[in-house]
Design a protein around this ligand. Structure first.
Ligand SMILES: [Ca+2]
Length: 388
């Protein structure tokens, strides 16, 4: 790719790499537009990194935050190619490499999740999807275990650098990571994003995370999904995704202010009844389970192309998507009202019955045929005050 004006050379551990710009996937790092990187799945090889509005010189050294992060990704992906993994999945006897497209579909609609649905500053949306293909020696996150510092930064603020460095460390030290992949953020609760990834017979597991925005420390994702099945690669896998709490911030609602959980808690699944508190944004006591918040589909790519092919709409998942829209769940949201105010003064003429009133207000407007709101004002007879 000589002459590509967007090519960038990177030196990591005295080894030089040159990368050029293909249509890639951009790191959407919140609040850091100057440090965005492009990266895309290479064809038949390790992950490729691409520069995008990055103030790197012609030869960026492997020092400084950005340089280190670039090297982190390079080493994470190249390390597993250069050496044999120590652990591995001896049960997978499929051919060495397989490529997949991964499509993430948000289902976070106001109809499905009417309670406290974020409409402004920011409206409901999804962060960049960040994932890795790996062996069982690596774990990006696990239910009932503590998240790493990198995943905490990602779950709370959408910052990916520390998590990428952790993935790099795993790739370098125990060679448990084959590659890193990412897909662009989705600016709405119901959009779609996709990427490509490569798995290896000894690194047949896929994990990824997507932050729920806005939220205290909530995310959806997949932990160690195995794409290998004995002697072959699975053709297609789809998984419904439900929200998880990273256990690092104690906020109860989508827009709760930052409030660290000390000591840190483990990763828990958020359900319609847990945490069991009416203030929680996912608390729907009438539901047995929450509707899926998102869905991910992985489809094996059969043809190993030599040239980069732009992603085409996946007909299978598009068909699913139409079905999904038709069958989008309408989650009933019951009206919630405040406690009654104290009774007001008793008005009326002395010697006759007077009247007093008290009021309450609506905390949650009902939606989707939920229980309507009761009367907000109540009157009662009384003996007028101030009668001598
Ligand atoms: Ca939390």
């Amino acid at each position: 790719m000589a002459g590509d004006p967007s090519a960038v050379d990177v030196t990591c551990n005295k080894t030089s790499f040159s990368y050029s710009s293909l249509l890639g996937v951009q790191w959407g790092l919140r609040g850091a537009p100057h440090s965005s990187l492009r990266l895309a799945g290479g064809v038949g090889g390790p992950m490729q990194l691409h520069r995008s509005h990055v103030p790197l010189g012609p030869a960026a050294e492997g020092s400084g935050l950005l340089g280190r992060a670039v090297c982190a990704l390079l080493l994470a992906t190249l390390g597993s190619v250069a050496g044999l993994p120590l652990g591995g999945e001896p049960s997978c006897t499929a051919q060495h490499l397989a490529r997949y497209s991964i499509t993430f579909t948000g289902k976070w609609s106001q109809t499905a999740f009417p309670k406290q649905y974020p409409l402004f500053r920011p409206p409901a949306q999804w962060s960049t999807l960040l994932g890795a293909t790996h062996s069982s020696d690596y774990s990006m996150w696990k239910k009932n275990e503590y998240v790493s510092n990198g995943l905490r930064d990602f779950a709370e603020r959408g910052e990916a650098w520390a998590l990428m460095e952790e993935i790099e460390a795993a790739g370098e030290k125990i060679q448990s990571v084959h590659g890193v992949f990412s897909a662009p953020a989705i600016p709405t609760g119901t959009g779609q994003t996709s990427a490509e990834l490569e798995v290896h017979a000894r690194h047949s597991l896929v994990s990824f995370v997507v932050r729920i925005v806005p939220s205290p420390d909530w995310f959806v994702g997949v932990d160690s999904l195995d794409l290998c099945e004995g002697d072959h690669w699975k053709d297609q896998v789809s998984v419904d995704l439900f929200p998880y709490d990273a256990g690092t911030d104690s906020g109860f609602t989508f827009s709760s202010p930052n409030f660290a959980t000390i000591p840190q808690d483990t990763v828990t699944e958020i359900t319609s009844s847990f945490p069991s508190h009416p203030a929680n944004s996912f608390y729907y006591p009438r539901l047995k389970s929450l509707p899926p918040m998102a869905r991910v589909s992985l489809v094996r790519l059969r043809h190993s192309t030599r040239a980069f092919v732009p992603p085409t709409p996946d007909l299978v998942s598009r068909g699913n998507e139409i079905l999904n829209i038709l069958s989008a769940p309408e989650t009933p949201l019951d009206c919630e009202v405040s406690l009654w105010s104290p009774w007001g003064l008793c008005g009326g003429h002395c010697g006759t019955l007077g009247s007093k009133s008290r009021t309450r207000y609506i905390r949650v407007q009902p939606a989707n045929d939920g229980i309507p709101c009761p009367e907000l004002e109540e009157k009662a007879d009384c003996i007028p005050d101030n009668c001598v």
